[in-house]
Design a protein around this ligand. Structure first.
Ligand SMILES: Cc1cc2nc3c(=O)[nH]c(=O)nc-3n(C[C@H](O)[C@H](O)[C@H](O)COP(=O)(O)OP(=O)(O)OC[C@H]3O[C@@H](n4cnc5c(N)ncnc54)[C@H](O)[C@@H]3O)c2cc1C
Length: 390
């Protein structure tokens, strides 16, 4: 019998495993249906906030060595104005193949057992209490607590609410001429209220992608042709560089599942975390830092029960509250950001960007959006007002 079994070794599950190890709980098994290292469709961008979590997990210096450093963001507005925002709060692009493996290796070094490939098929129950996991091959493993971190297409989630998602399509190119250490966020009307991106990965390789709302206004699955939108986006923004660049592999897409009101994170004997709990940012699609933070909260909730003898009810309610306190403000602010993407606000901001007050407000807005904290759209609006009055 394990103390904790974790389904899914993405950033959520693996961070939970590392944090459990750090708390001295090592009778832990971490499953994944895939062997590591493994690919994951992702821009692989680690925000300043993700870097803070990595520091807690004692992995920051290694990720810094393996990743590509970003210290500027080029924003293109719907009216095709440009702002280049430099930031000391650097981000890092670290390929998921490398990054997720580093987390898993760190968990192993702390004494966690990795079991791959192991595809979890069903939760074992005693009444309504989860007591373990049955694999696709019939193998059963029992644990005092089961953490479900099986990502966007979670088969274990108990959240009855309709899924809201962001649809994505992305690709990789070599021999691509890009500005060193700078990423692009392109707020093109064709993908509003979301955006397109270019993330340099190092060498001469970039990943480029677009994300759009997965639903239309009535909540039905979008009927937009993502592939046609992407081809047009590439043509409109990167035609020159793509003439000489070479595409690497196929285009890939994957949904990003989000929520605004955090809930349905617990059941007796088990917790949901990361994207299995819909913890991504609705305006940026960021999910790595949220998944890792969620993993750290899950480890702390387990320690409350397993080490401190707190009742599960109390620990699980602490777990949900931690998430609400940490993410609800940012998720609400995400909607505010979405609401202005298709307006002329970003164009006005770009026009007024030379004004130091506007520049400061935008840097804060962008920094907080990337860091997943509350975003001051209001602050930018009042800075613009001041600029007009001056
Ligand atoms: C195109 C795209 C670009 C993105 N770009 C960024 C970005 O630049 N920065 C950012 O922060 N976020 C980005 N995201 C979001 C980010 O990828 C996810 O939010 C994040 O990976 C969620 O982490 P997780 O650990 O919850 O789930 P995942 O990373 O999805 O990990 C889940 C794990 O569970 C395993 N699994 C699933 N089912 C089972 C099962 N039945 N049994 C055993 N194992 C199972 C999977 O193999 C996987 O390893 C992007 C997403 C997409 C689609």
């Amino acid at each position: 019998m394990y103390d904790v079994a974790i389904i899914g070794a993405g950033p959520g599950g693996a961070a939970a495993a590392v944090a459990l190890g750090q708390l001295g709980i090592t009778n832990v098994v971490l499953f994944d249906r895939e062997g590591f290292p493994r690919h994951k469709t992702c821009g692989s961008g680690l925000s300043p906030n993700a870097l803070k979590v990595l520091e807690k997990l004692n992995l920051l210096s290694e990720v810094k060595t393996k990743g590509y450093h970003i210290n500027a963001v080029r924003i293109v507005t719907p009216g095709r104005r440009e702002m280049v925002i430099k930031s000391d709060a650097a981000a890092i692009v670290c390929l998921r193949e490398v990054f997720d493996h580093l987390l898993v290796q760190r968990a192993q070094a702390l004494g966690v057992t990795l079991k791959t490939p192991f595809r979890a098929d069903e939760l074992l129950k005693d009444g309504d209490r989860v007591v373990g996991v049955r694999g696709f091959d019939g193998e059963e493993l029992r644990a005092k607590v089961v953490l479900c971190a099986d990502g966007a297409n979670s088969i274990f989630s108990k959240d009855p609410r309709p899924k809201r998602s962001i649809a994505t399509l992305m690709g990789w190119w070599d021999d691509f001429d890009f500005e060193p250490n700078r990423l692009d966020m392109i707020f093109d009307r064709s993908v509003a209220p979301l955006y397109g991106w270019l993330f340099p990965e190092g060498g001469r390789r970039v990943n480029i992608g677009i994300c759009i709302d997965g639903q239309d206004e009535s909540g039905e699955k979008t009927t937009k042709n993502l592939k046609a939108l992407f081809q047009q986006f590439l043509q409109d923004h990167y035609a020159t560089q793509l003439k000489t660049a070479k595409q690497v592999g196929k285009l890939r897409g994957h949904p990003i599942v989000y929520t605004t009101w955090i809930g349905h994170l617990t059941q007796p004997g088990s917790l949901f975390l990361g994207e299995a709990a819909r913890l991504t940012h609705n305006a940026t699609g960021e999910g790595i830092s949220q998944a890792m933070e969620s993993g750290v909260f899950a480890a702390e909730a387990c320690a409350r029960v397993l080490k401190e003898g707190q009742s599960e009810k109390k620990a699980w309610s602490w777990y949900t509250n931690q998430h609400r306190k940490r993410f609800t403000g940012a998720f609400l602010a995400g909607h505010a950001l979405r609401a202005v993407v298709d307006s002329t606000l970003l164009d006005h901001v770009a026009d007024a960007y030379n004004n130091p007050t506007v520049r400061r407000a935008v840097t804060r807005l962008l920094g907080s959006a990337l860091a997943g904290s509350a975003v001051g759209v209001g602050e930018v609006k009042s800075a613009l007002k001041e600029d007009r009055a001056a």
